[in-house]
Design a binder for this molecule. Structure first.
Ligand SMILES: NC(=O)c1ccc[n+]([C@@H]2O[C@H](COP(=O)([O-])OP(=O)(O)OC[C@H]3O[C@@H](n4cnc5c(N)ncnc54)[C@H](O)[C@@H]3O)[C@@H](O)[C@H]2O)c1
Length: 468
């Protein structure tokens, strides 16, 4: 099959490279000339494990190419994928569909024979109808079918997710598209991947429902973590206890600083808007958005409380800035809330992230360091914000020696309190009993568990309840 992929970002590039690896002939198109120039020179514009090799292999084999001028590839394509961004529309939370509609306008004059136009971008229900209308308006004579084929890959594991997905969802309105989609994904038959053919509107909603469900699961365990802190239980034990129940499952039950990233925040918000417009409000999702926002805000207060509220002139060593490990993606990363909030309280922040180079453009007055030990050197507190593997096995004695004060706030629970305590750290994590300071260290009193309150009353200051 000949594939034109419009949008060569995290999804377009990975999907394009994987389709090429399946044996299809793929042209990745992007209007960002600098990105295309880098790709054409064999450099990856994003950090995604394994992507450089996959791209090189398929370019070499002549199945994958990159261009800013997609006209020829679009004209020749059997399937044209739209994989452009659908960010939150500034101010109102609706998905901004301008890039999607722009792509449809670009496709219309180039259709020469029957072609399948596939929306891979995450788009609100009904967008397929609008794309169809745009194409029909511009080209009443054109033969095409518009398909929804949402993408479920996770950054950091994107290639594996694309090649071994739990399922592929294809939303059709026109049966002529079915054999084209079946042929595109035929290599997945080997693994017996379920390919689910559904109505186009259902397909569009499936993507949002999946993300909203996962966001709710994370938010659930985050709230349970707060309860654990308040009553003296361990959220990791709790997560294991419920996660072994097959109806619940162990994934997305890691308590932390709140979800971020390029998808969950914007998609939950857009779904809430869709549901309200349809007069079928999704109260659970609305609450998830609200609780998660409050949680991200409260993380700096958690650090401040660990330092008795006195951050003036203190040095905080932040480990990890990206929204999750194994990606360079900084979109909606919790660090973007936490770092400025710490600075606003008077702290000086020094930070290290293995791939989050874009942070330099997004965070002011941060002293960026070249490694984890440099980031904690001279610090009054180390804060683990992203659970990169290289932070999991730090030489803790060296960390302690380098720090001005052995205080660690671990927002990802990558260490065990028993590991830190004998080494003389004060260790504060999420949803677990705080480790008190070692004998002889300046005293920090554990706050008493907060009395049960209404959720609204407890949200802003929940963090303070848990720290030493
Ligand atoms: N990032 C993820 O993990 C992920 C996972 C699943 C689904 N999605 C969805 O996939 C879509 C794309 O996300 P992304 O993270 O890849 O975005 P991205 O911002 O990384 O990439 C989008 C690319 O599209 C290009 N573009 C925009 N308009 C164009 C046009 N008219 N012609 C050519 N190129 C154009 C941009 O220059 C950019 O390079 C979004 O709807 C997102 O919600 C993302």
């Amino acid at each position: 099959m000949r594939v034109a992929m419009i949008g060569t970002g995290y999804v377009g590039l990975v999907s394009g490279a994987c389709f090429a690896d399946f044996g299809h002939e793929v042209t990745c198109i992007d209007k960002d000339a600098a990105k295309i120039a880098r790709l054409s020179a064999g450099q990856m514009p994003i950090y995604e494990p394994g992507l450089d090799m996959l791209v090189a292999r398929n370019v070499e084999a002549g199945r994958l190419s990159f261009t800013v001028d997609g006209a020829a590839a679009i004209r020749a394509a059997d399937a044209i994928f739209i994989a452009v961004g659908t960010p939150s529309r500034r101010g109102d939370g609706y998905a901004d569909l301008s890039f999607v509609y722009e792509a449809a306008e670009e496709i219309a004059p180039l259709i020469e024979r029957f072609v399948v136009v596939v929306t891979k971008s995450t788009v609100p229900v009904g967008t397929g109808d609008e794309i169809e209308a745009i194409l029909k308006r511009a080209r009443p004579d054109a033969q095409f079918a518009v398909v929804s084929n949402p993408e479920f890959l996770r950054e950091g594991a994107a290639i594996e997710d694309f090649k071994r997905p739990d399922r592929v969802v294809v939303g059709l309105k026109d049966e002529r598209a079915r054999p084209v989609m079946a042929e595109l994904y035929r290599p997945l038959n080997l693994n017996e991947t379920p390919v689910l053919y559904v109505d186009r509107r259902a397909s569009e909603l499936i993507k949002y429902a999946a993300n909203a469900f996962l966001a709710m699961k994370i938010t659930f365990i985050n709230e349970m973590a707060d309860l654990c802190e308040a009553v003296g239980a361990d959220v990791q034990q709790l997560a294991r206890g419920i996660g072994l129940d097959k109806r619940i499952g162990p994934k997305f039950l890691h308590a932390g600083p709140g979800f971020g990233g390029s998808c969950f925040p914007k998609d939950t918000l857009a779904l809430v808007r869709t549901a309200n417009d349809a007069q079928a409000p999704l109260r659970l999702v609305e609450t998830t958005v609200e609780v998660n926002e409050a949680r991200k805000r409260s993380m700096a207060a958690r650090v401040a409380a660990a330092m008795e509220g006195d951050l003036a002139g203190k040095i905080i060593g932040v480990l990890g800035l990206t929204f999750k490990p194994n990606t360079d993606d900084m979109r909606e990363a919790p660090s973007l809330r936490i770092v400025p909030a710490l600075q606003a309280m008077g702290a000086r922040v020094q930070a290290y992230d293995p791939a989050g180079h874009e942070a330099r453009l997004l965070l002011d007055h941060v002293d960026f360091k070249s490694g984890p030990y440099e980031a904690v050197e001279g610090a009054d507190c180390a804060v683990i914000v992203t659970e990169w593997d290289e932070f999991r096995a730090l030489d803790l004695d060296r960390v302690k020696q380098l720090m001005r004060r052995p205080l660690m706030v671990d927002l990802r629970n990558i260490y065990q309190p028993e590991e830190l305590r004998p080494r003389g750290f004060t260790y504060i994590s999420v949803g677990r009993a705080p480790v008190p300071p070692p004998p002889g260290a300046p005293s920090r009193q554990a706050s008493p568990p907060s009395a049960p309150q209404s959720r609204a009353a407890s949200l802003p200051d929940r963090a303070e309840t848990a720290v030493t």
